[in-house]
Each structure stands twice: as C-alpha cells, then as structure tokens.
Design a binder for this molecule. Structure first.
Ligand SMILES: NC(=O)c1ccc[n+]([C@@H]2O[C@H](COP(=O)([O-])OP(=O)(O)OC[C@H]3O[C@@H](n4cnc5c(N)ncnc54)[C@H](OP(=O)(O)O)[C@@H]3O)[C@@H](O)[C@H]2O)c1
Length: 210
C-alpha cells in the first residue's frame, strides 16, 4: 500500500516510515524542508515536500492511505496549534476525501475534545485536536482516530490497552507507530475512535476488540 505520512520527520513519524517499509508498504514522508529528505530516504521512504498549512493535494494524489502524525509541538504558540494540529489535519483530510482515497488514520491525543480532563497548559491543544477529530468523523473517510497517552521513547512491547477512555498513562512511540499502521488493515478499526496506553494486549488483538 502507498501510504503518505504527515509529520514524517517527527519522532513518531520516523518510526511509522521505518515500520511501514519493514511491513512491505511503500511509505511516502511528507516533510517541510529539503534537508530532511535524506532522513526519510534512509528510513526507506520517499520524501514529498509539502506544508500542511498550504496546498497538500499533490502530496496525497496517488496514495492508498494517509496517516497524520504531525503536530506543532510544545514550543510554539496557540496560533500554530490552530494552524497545524487543527487546520492542518483538516486540510489533509479534505484533500484525501476530495481525491477519493478512503483510509485516513489520525494520531490524536488522550482527552482530545475534553480539555477539562487535561492540565491548564494542554487545554487549548486538546480543544483543537478534538475539533480536528470531529471534522474527520464528519467525512466519508474510513477513519481511525488513535488517542494515546503521554508518548515515550521506550522500546515498546507491542502490547497496549485501548478503550473509549483509559486511565492517564504513557505509551511508547514505537507502539503508537505500530498501532497507526495496524489500523490501516484492520477493518474493525475503521470508523473508530479510541484512547490507548501501554498494556497487556497485542496491538492486533486490541484493534479487533474495539
Ligand atoms: N508528546 C506527547 O506526549 C503526545 C501525547 C499524545 C499525542 N501526541 C500527538 O502526537 C504527535 C506526534 O508526536 P511526536 O513527538 O512524534 O511529534 P514531533 O516529533 O513533534 O513531530 C511533529 C512533526 O510535525 C511536523 N510539522 C509541524 N508543522 C508542520 C507543517 N505545517 N507541515 C508539515 N509538517 C509539520 C514537524 O516538522 P519539522 O520536523 O519540520 O519540525 C515534525 O516533524 C504530536 O504532535 C501530538 O499531537 C503527543
């Protein structure tokens, strides 16, 4: 499957590119800067230069599926949270839908759309992530919305806990990356939104249980 990964130069995005390649897919890495191309190629992906706040249609064209793993990060202000985490995600989902591509996997966040569950400094971010998720649900796309707890750089165990809501906790980016990819091929994960943290259930089994 040809899969476009937005945020491919990010910590999770790089793992997604690497694991997609290892699984026999053709990963395309959406990146913003020329000097990030070599990183994507080294991981087995084909780089595509695009900015989520601008036209992305040409990057999405020809893909079988799209994974959103981008984000404005903690060091930018609320305007970037709106521009990337909400509007950038919506822009990408719209382009995907317009091109008749069905499968879209969103890396969201635990408590997205429920800012009261998060600390003060994350409330705006959680609101914006929630609005992007709501837009995705309103489309004709076969979406999966993955809402992990705090991301770590741990090795990962390929075992997670999923639910409509889960206790606050953490999960390795490696396991989030594997879950995003597994969601592409598990029809039971289509049209589903779920929270996840590290747990005891194999990722594939967890997706079947949704
Ligand atoms: N951190 C957590 O604990 C946590 C918990 C739950 C969910 N999440 C979600 O998971 C996401 C991924 O986390 P991460 O740590 O892997 O992210 P990351 O390392 O911060 O990577 C984010 C990527 O998004 C890219 N990006 C930003 N603006 C863009 C734009 N306008 N156009 C195209 N690409 C753009 C960045 O590009 P550059 O490389 O060019 O900067 C970067 O590569 C977060 O953004 C967040 O929404 C995080």
């Amino acid at each position: 499957m040809k899969v476009l990964v937005a945020g491919a130069n990010g910590h999770t995005g790089r793992l997604v590119i690497q694991y997609l390649k290892a699984d026999g897919h053709e990963p395309y890495g959406l990146i913003r800067k020329e000097d990030q191309k070599a990183t994507i190629e080294k991981l087995g992906g084909t780089p595509v230069l695009a900015d989520l706040t601008k036209d992305v249609g040409y990057a999405v064209k020809g893909m079988d599926a799209v994974i959103f793993a981008a984000g404005s990060g903690g060091s930018t202000g609320p305007e970037q949270t709106e521009a990337v985490d909400r509007d950038g995600a919506i822009n990408l989902a719209k382009a995907t839908e317009n091109l008749g591509i069905k499968k879209f996997v969103m890396l969201s966040s635990i408590a997205a759309g429920e800012p009261d569950r998060g600390p003060e400094e994350l409330k705006h971010y959680l609101k914006m992530k929630g609005e992007a998720d709501e837009f995705l649900k309103s489309t004709e796309l076969d979406y999966t919305i993955v809402r992990p707890g705090a991301l770590t750089h741990d090795e990962g165990t390929s075992k997670i806990e999923v639910g409509d809501t889960v206790e606050e906790g953490s999960v390795a980016r490696a396991d989030v990356a594997k879950t995003l990819i597994a969601s592409l091929e598990e029809p039971n994960a289509y049209h589903k939104t779920f929270e996840m943290i590290a747990g005891d259930t194999q990722i594939e089994e967890a997706l079947k249980s949704l």
